[in-house]
Design a protein around this ligand. Structure first.
Ligand code: ASP
Length: 297
């Protein structure tokens, strides 16, 4: 089967000065993921590698560059889901893990459990040989100054260069194996301990290779109400479903039933892609059937 890969860097209002960096970040993630898929590598490896690129890119709200919570710290969430077994691996509310998606992958592959939070997730990471980082290493000047402005006054979006930037990927490999993943620093100035949709199976991510896989972004509390990633995959089960029409339908559902804003990317089981959002922008990109890279915001 021909492999396929789609990535996103969040649904938000992307300021003009961040547009090139967002496009470049998505392009780089696609290139790294595609290098793996085009050589016959696994969907897990490709989705994880693409998300690591996005986590390491400070323009996005995941890994390095994440939003700060009300207490001035980062709290990161990530999930990777295997569309063959329906098993997912997730971590939430971690502060000392540079690449949460790598630990989510290890939860998926080698734990009897599906999700760890906070100190327990960091303990698991250490046990599998991941070196914990200083939480300060993940904080960039842009986010520190936004937090300071919010602390002095009240939390307002103008203080933030951006309000979004969650990242995600869905990959299908040459064997037709499908994997989806999502990683985020969550919403800016969230209360400590708040977890959104991103690491929750069915909400921020879902994969079932009998139908397809999805990664979501946007206002987590609304996405959770409609369990959006699972809703998308279930819509893909219809014999005549079109990936793009399903993406559009999910965003209509998000607006109508949860009065929410956000976006999602998806691949159906044949590798056909769909993407939709009702925010001003969503940074996303896909490898087209001819192997060329398409990126847009
Ligand atoms: N969905 C993420 C959350 O609520 C944020 C985002 O995608 O912008 O944590």
């Amino acid at each position: 089967m021909k492999p396929a890969l789609i990535v996103h860097g969040g649904a938000w209002q992307i300021p003009a000065e961040a547009a090139d960096a967002c496009r470049e970040g998505c392009r780089h993630a696609l290139e790294i993921g595609w290098r793996i898929l085009s050589r016959g590598g696994s969907a897990e490896d490709a989705a994880e590698a693409a998300i690591v690129v996005l986590e390491d890119d400070p323009v996005f709200d995941a890994g390095t560059g994440s939003h700060l919570n009300r207490d001035g710290g980062v709290e990161l969430d990530a999930i990777l889901m295997n569309g063959a077994t329906l098993k997912s691996g997730a971590i939430a509310s971690v502060q000392k893990i540079r690449n949460p998606i790598q630990v989510a992958r290890r939860v998926l592959d080698s734990s009897e459990h599906s999700m760890f939070v906070g100190a327990g997730a960091e303990k698991f990471a250490e046990e599998i040989g991941v070196k914990l980082c200083d939480p300060e290493d993940l904080i960039v000047a842009r986010e520190r100054s936004a937090w300071e402005l919010c602390r002095e006054g009240k939390h307002v979006s103008e203080h933030h260069d951006h309000q979004g930037g969650t990242v995600g990927a869905v990959a299908v490999d040459v064997h037709g194996h499908l994997v989806a993943g999502t990683s985020t620093g969550g919403t800016c100035c969230k209360r400590a301990g708040r977890v959104g949709d991103s690491p929750l199976v069915g909400c921020g991510c879902y994969a079932d290779e009998e139908a397809g896989g999805a990664s979501c972004t946007g206002w987590g509390e609304a996405i959770m109400r409609i369990v959006m990633a699972k809703a998308a995959v279930d819509m893909l089960r219809a014999p005549d479903a079109s990936a793009q029409l399903v993406a559009d339908a999910c965003i209509r559902l998000l607006a109508r039933r949860a009065h929410g804003t956000g976006g999602l990317i998806l691949l159906d089981r044949n590798g056909d892609a769909g993407a939709a959002f009702n925010t001003s922008n969503m940074a996303w990109g896909v490898i087209k059937p001819d192997g060329s890279v398409f990126v847009t915001i």
